[in-house]
Structure formats: structure tokens, C-alpha cells
Write a protein that binds this ligand. Sequence first.
Ligand SMILES: *Cc1c(COP(=O)(O)O)cnc(C)c1O
Length: 380
Amino acid sequence: MRFNTRLIHDAQPPDPLTGAVNPPIYLSSTFRQAAPNRHQGYVYGRTGNPTRAVLEATLASLESGRAGLAFSSGLGALATLLEGFPSGSRIVAGDDLYGGTWRLLDHHRRQFGVRAEFEDLGSRPVVSRLLKTPADLVYLESPTNPLLKLVDIAEVARQAHRAGAVVAVDNTFATPALQRPIELGADVVLHSTTKYLGGHSDIIGGALVFRDRRTASRYAWLQNAVGAVPSPFDAYLVLRGLRTLGVRMRAHEEAARAVASALEGHRRVRAVHYPGLASHPQHALARRQMSGYGGIVSIDVAGGLRAALRFLRRLRVFTLAESLGGVESLVDHPATMTHASVPEELRRAHGVTDGLVRLSCGIEDPSDLVDDVLQALRGA
Ligand SMILES: *Cc1c(COP(=O)(O)O)cnc(C)c1O
């Protein structure tokens, strides 16, 4: 079956007990045992829950992995992933990452003696230089948050595997509707299901999907040992969101394309970052690696911080808030909001300027979004 059909049917196996077309939300924290250790597959809600199990199987299928695990947040998923990399491990990470991801990797570097390097994995010579020496984990986003830079996942995976590293890709921005890293050679996919997969800005959640079962069962052990699991209700809401992921991503993209084209060349905008624009330096890679360009557009407002703040104040349809990927359009100022945990020099060096504004284009009428950004720029 094709992806958009699987979005509906993988998430919705009729309940074997009643035929209900939606999976029941099992709120039970524990499960009866007929005799000690004789049970029906479920023991305790942290270890496993039937509603969560439907979500985990669905995510594994959609990401072309063998198994998936759901977590209480994207960072809960990352924290659990990092439990697998002890002191002395070498982690090669991208230099443009979600602020919280950078913060947690940096914490592991300081606190636990993990060696973490943050480099531009979009550059082939940089990747070749970094992966000449052995590594344990290559961790990347593509497209990146907030600059929408791309990484050639297949190429990085080839070189990483030669260096002995596991490749983990944060696929939050693209979603499996537009990009499937495991098919390109990655070993692990991470999601903040808070964003597009949930899709309605009403849950916090995360996930890991694995290429092979052995790694997955090691991490199932860690999922239970660490305990950063989602509630059954949140697991259900992600399943509910997944069914409309296909139509939502098409609508997000239509809006993002309209906004990006309207702002490209605007005299009050210094740069528009969107992989769907022919002017994006990695547009060709985006066409090869993704089946769409997604709903996030970042712009550098001419005039720096003050102009950016004026622009934010004047927006009417876009709501100023952290997060992204919901049906409503949101706008973020990375330097002071989502990426404030990244030290200023580092942030600037990587191109996250004070004028940078990240637009998460929702599924409202694209013309209203275009009108909104244009009128707000008039006052910037
Ligand atoms: C939001 C986000 C995260 C963190 O996920 P939470 O669910 O907020 O913990 C990680 N990566 C990316 C790309 C994100 O946008």
C-alpha cells in the first residue's frame, strides 16, 4: 500500500475484541497476571501499554524501520538515545540544531565525558574530515532548525558507517511524509511528535524508530529503565494526528511556498531560507532526498533585532509562540526563544542572527498568511 493509505490504516487496526475502528485508550497502569510472570504481554504501564504499542508499530512502519518506541517528549527520546553512549564516546553532531538538542548534547559533554563536536554536516569536505577518525554516533537534523540547511543523509551514512558510527536523524521537520532517513541509510530516526505528527499543538511527545530489531530491543530496555514514556491518551492523540499527516503536509507546504515566494527579494528581507526555493543552495539535494519541502520558512528581517521585533508585534494571523507543526501558523524568534540556550557567539557564528524569524506556516488560507507577513513587514 502507498504511504497515504498506510497513514490511515497502519494507525487503525480494528480492535480485535470489539471491532472498534479506533484503538481503545487503555488507561490501566497495571495488568493482571494469572500466576507470577504469566501475563498477556503487558505487565506495567511504563514497560508497555497497548495504545502506545499501536503508536509504536505505526511509527516503525511509516519510517520504514523494524521497531519504534514512543517517549514523553522529543528530548525524552534524545535523553534515552544518549543513554546508549557512555563516557568517552565520540559524537559528531550538526552545527544547526534545535536549541534543546544542543543543550542536552552539551550537558553530556560537560557532565559525562562524552566527546561532542558540532560541525556543518552539510559540507562534504567537513564530513570527510570528521569521519576519517572513528566515531560512535553521528547526530543530525535535515532540514535543520532554524536555518533549513540540508544534510546529504545517504552520503553521511556511508561515511559514518565506515567510521563505525550509528547514524541518528531528527526527522521532525520533514516527517516520514516527505523524507524517510532509514531508507537513505540512517539507523535511528528521532521525532518530536509534539510537532507535525501530533499536528494540533495539544500534546508533548517524542519517538525513536530503529532500522534493526537488536538495537530496538536494547532501547526498549532503556525506555523502561529511564521511564520517559507518554501517557496512553497522548499516544492516542498522536495516532489521531497521523491519519491526517498527508493532507496536512500538503497544505503546510502550499502555504510555505506562497510565503517564501512572496518574501524572496522583498526589500525588507535580507534572506529567505526555504529548501523549496530554486535559490536555496541545496535545492537539488532537497529534490533528490525529499518528496516535498515542508512548512517552515525562516527569514532574516533587514534591520536586525529591532526590525524583527516590530515585525513580530504586527503579525495578526501568525501567533508568537515556541513550537511548530500545528494547524495554526506560529512564529518564533530563535535568538531569544527556542535557541536562547545556545551561547550568543556560537549562535551568530552559525547564522542564527538577531533578525532571524522562523515561520511555521499552518493550514489556513495561504493568501491570508502572505497578506499577514507583507503587512507586518510594512511596519518593520
Ligand atoms: C521541538 C523539537 C525537538 C524537541 O522536542 P520536544 O518534544 O519539545 O521535547 C527536537 N528536535 C526538533 C527539530 C524540534 O523541533
